[in-house]
Design a protein around this ligand. Structure first.
Ligand code: ADP
Length: 206
């Protein structure tokens, strides 16, 4: 949130969007960041996997998309995120992991947050070379980490998600912070925290 004179309001809740291709380490970093910053963590991928495991109504709706590596339709994801973010645990801030993934989702997020009196503080763009990504995902071995599905998820990323970065850079005042994610977990985490500290919030704990 910006103050009237254009400076960032340091008391506004932190809303960090972790952005990047599948396998760059968004989930891992989001969890650690949320813990260190004392804010919530919302992963749409985790929420979908739990819903599928429990075979809830949402789980049944999203299963075929998640298992084939396609994107769940924008309206459905946005509706689920809108409902989730109403909960009080998000009032003090949140690390969003895996959402938004399209320009339509980013626009939906803007509306959801503004209705809550919040806004995106920064987009953290994690970058890892594609051969490293494929190696990490194959080793992780989740159900959607089969080579053919990984390839499809990477294609979907390049086609539908990557353009979102340009959208943020060109159509918003939200800072996009690019971080080299090709290092061990703790090193990457320190890079993110020090970037937040120097670029956004001096009170972010390294
Ligand atoms: P990864 O980043 O490794 O692809 P995620 O857990 O973020 O893993 O996502 C897993 C799957 O969940 C995606 O391939 C997609 O099917 C679905 N999904 C997660 N978030 C979204 C979203 N914001 N929009 C559409 N589909 C999503």
């Amino acid at each position: 949130m910006e103050t009237t004179d254009g400076r960032r309001d340091h008391t506004a809740p932190l809303v960090l969007v972790l952005f990047g291709a599948p396998g760059v380490g968004k989930g891992t970093q989001a969890q650690i960041l949320a813990e260190k910053l004392g804010i919530a963590h919302l992963s749409t991928g985790d929420a979908f996997r739990t819903a599928i495991a429990n075979q809830t109504a949402v789980g049944k709706q999203v299963q075929r998309y998640v298992e084939s590596g396609a994107l769940v339709p924008d309206e459905l994801v946005s509706q689920i995120v809108a409902e989730e973010l109403q909960k009080p645990q998000y009032r003090s801030g949140v690390v969003l992991d895996g959402f938004p993934r399209t320009i339509a989702q980013a626009q939906a997020l803007e509306k959801i947050l503004s209705d809550l009196g919040m806004s995106v503080t920064a987009v953290i763009n994690l970058v890892v070379p594609e051969d490293v990504i494929i190696d990490r995902l194959v080793k992780r071995g989740r159900k959607d980490d089969r080579p053919d599905i990984i390839r499809h998820r990477l294609e979907v990323y390049h086609k539908e998600t990557a353009p979102l970065l340009q959208y943020y850079q060109e159509h918003s005042t939200i800072p996009v912070i690019t971080i080299d994610g090709n290092a061990d977990i703790e090193t990457v985490n320190q890079r993110i925290l020090s970037a937040i500290k120097s670029r956004i919030r001096s009170d972010a704990q390294p």
